[in-house]
Design a protein around this ligand. Sequence first.
Ligand code: URA
Length: 443
Amino acid sequence: MIIGLLIERKRDGGALSPEEWSAVIAEYTANQVPDYQMSALLMAVFMRGLERQELAALTDAMLASGDRLSFDGWATPRIDKHSTGGVGDKVSLVLAPLVAACGVAVPMMSGRGLGHTGGTLDKLEAIPGFRTNLSLAEAKAQVQKMGCALIGQTTEIVPADRKLYALRDVTATIESIPLIAASIMSKKLAEGLTGLVLDVKRGSGAFLPELDRGLELAKTMIALGEDRGCPTVALLTAMDRPLGRACGNVLETEEAILTLRGEGPADLLEVTYALGIEMLLAAGVERNTKKARKKLETAIDSGLAAEKFEQIIEAQGGNPQTVEDPSVLPQAQAVEVYSAPRTGVVQRVEPRTIGRAIIALGGGRRTVDDVIDPTVGFVITVKPADKVLEGEPIASVFAKDADGIQAGFAALDQAIVIGDKLAEKPLPLVSHRVTRAGVEALR
Ligand code: URA
């Protein structure tokens, strides 16, 4: 295989055969194709797209780059959810233990921060000692013992996505339907699932802001899943403002714990319940939406969901005390309150500006080898359509020093737009449900 010729063909609008995709991914995983050539190929895919059979071949090659979790003969339904990426999107940290507490196994494989969006692995690793790099055998044993393991791609499980994901993060090759679909579905198909629920974000903070592109991504991933025997459903949810109040790794982990304890923000709970309902229905443990929601609410109110998170944290080497007392998490050196610069109505809280500011504060990566500071970020207590008074506290900045606080304030000046009256209605939190049968507008 001469990789330069394949890059050239893709660059010029041609297609690679399934055998070529298989060879490229196998050699890249074995470190026989350097990052600079893979970056060029990714950019060519970004610009030119992939034909249907190329996408199938890429996904299968990524899946085949490692081993899979296999639960043969184990009757417990296994359902996961995956988000296409957002700011303040800590749903996975709440949903995985919550659904596991309802009797459904959740073998969840997540990613790190990607572009301006946060990643579940970085949020989990904010918990002192928490290991996301479990071996396949450890992950399987934990799922069978307590119904959930929260892991990342390793050298054993989808190693191709582990490398490609990190490379795309720093080479401006994220916002591509085939690259996102192959990345997400190769991970999910390696988990030995009986069903999958996708959270496809739309709005200005999503990788694909427009509704039609979000729907296309949802349909693409559903087809990949269903064609490979994994029943798949997607919800389209709002990412035109951050989800919840906390943005930044430690802050989001804290908010997820509060949510598991019944003290979470309403928007985060609504999205979590909508996805959780789909997971319980897909598992067949409940037959209708109302009963499924009740089951989820009971798991939170009874403390079972929080207890499940505690068990998972302990099993994966983290400090289980975190659930009872989130202040054991590392804390930012500098914290300051940000006040509304004028009286009016909040028009926008721009997620991209917030996500990029977290990276600038040290909470995300600029290069593959960057080590992140999990403590930095924002807590933003206003949403679009809220009325505010000049001088009213509306956010806090968490940084490592006074310069970080200043940079955080400047980002909030840009991100939180206050006007005289609301110019544009915020997107509905959960707007569409997509299955192989079609698209249902929910409101
Ligand atoms: N999540 C993933 O796992 N991969 C992507 O490319 C985007 C979101």
